[in-house]
Design a protein around this ligand. Structure first.
Ligand code: FES
Ligand SMILES: [Fe+2]
Length: 322
């Protein structure tokens, strides 16, 4: 298999490099084409007949048509809707149907894509860079003891650093999430940051119950949480910038019901909604707050500076990062 050709793929210095969830697997059928907009740039994603998802820069090098609007898949390639030039997974033009030769530099940008655990992931980084870490498989996704992945998404008028900062923010649990925290730590390990909490929350009947959670960011944008609450739960939170001040937050939930046990749909729905709404409680704050470069912190605030430092490491160029 040819490696994706790399040219001008950096999502600009204002965005963190790393793996991002660009769409749920279930949203992209075989032969399907979709336009995407992330990092203030336009992309096209398509799934070839071999089942593989390909992410390319959107605009055709010929006369600039957007491949995601009217482009179609043939085999494992995409055909431009305007004059039918073809592009493969490497981004290179493979055919100009009316010409005797293909202009040698005819290509669109191509990206590293991986797909597992119901997620299509793409790596965005400085020009020519290879992924520096992997996003682990979520074993529960194919485990019959767990419900299928329930998905939600929301566009939020905020910046990624607000979302990230949440993991360090010990003092917001009670006022925002009505959860008392007894034990709290954030452990940073290279590209991963894990928040562990033991606390007391509420079930759907508003009865107090213990909540134990381990939430790990795998890079700057994809977080998996294992939560013991009314059920054992797995949560996926993944954000991706759309523009400088707007991001898309995707949210996935699975509940452990036991093998062969099917929850009544309304019970499942209610728990999924509660887990999702808990996360969305933060959104109301984010959309209206102001970022403080130098916040006035008090003891008991949690390791906000440490998490900011961790997040800023995804902005260092490869030349700086050793
Ligand atoms: S603009 Fe794409 S083939 Fe002409
Ligand atoms: Fe929160």
């Amino acid at each position: 298999m040819q490696e994706p050709r790399k040219r001008d793929v950096a999502p600009s210095a204002e965005f963190a490099r790393g793996w991002y969830l660009i769409c749920w697997s279930a949203e992209l059928g075989r032969g399907e084409v979709k336009p995407l907009r992330y990092f203030s740039k336009d992309f096209v994603i398509f799934r070839g007949e071999d089942g593989r998802a390909t992410l390319l820069g959107a605009h055709c090098p010929h006369l600039g048509a957007h491949l995601g609007y009217g482009g179609r898949v043939e085999g494992n390639e995409i055909i431009c809707p305007f004059h039918a030039w073809r592009f493969g997974a490497s981004g290179r033009c493979t055919k100009v149907p009316y010409a005797s030769r293909i202009p040698p530099r005819a290509a669109v940008d191509a990206f590293h894509v991986q797909e597992h655990s119901g997620m299509v992931l793409a790596y965005f980084g400085p020009e020519g860079s290879a992924p520096e870490y992997e996003v682990p498989i979520i074993e529960e996704v194919d485990d019959p003891a767990w419900t299928p992945l329930q998905r939600a998404q929301i566009e939020i008028a905020t910046q990624p650093r607000e979302v990230i900062e949440n993991i360090a923010d010990l003092a917001h649990f009670l006022p925002v999430h009505n959860t008392l925290i007894d034990d709290f730590e954030v452990v940073i390990d290279g590209p991963r940051a894990t928040q562990r909490t033991v606390g007391r929350g509420h079930n759907l009947k508003n009865e107090p119950i213990p909540v134990v959670s381990v939430a790990t960011y795998h890079g700057p944008a994809i977080q998996f949480t294992r939560l013991e609450w009314a059920y054992d739960m797995v949560l996926i939170n993944a954000h991706i910038p759309v523009e400088q001040d707007r991001l898309l937050l995707r949210f996935g939930v699975m509940l452990k019901t036991g093998k062969g046990v099917t929850l009544p749909p309304q019970v499942l729905e209610a728990h999924v909604a509660a887990a999702r709404d808990g996360y969305f409680e933060d959104v109301a704050i984010w959309e209206n707050k102001r970022w403080r470069d130098e916040p006035m912190l008090a003891d008991g605030d949690g390791p906000i500076g440490e998490v900011r430092k961790w997040y800023s490491s995804f902005f260092e160029s490869h030349a700086d990062a050793h």
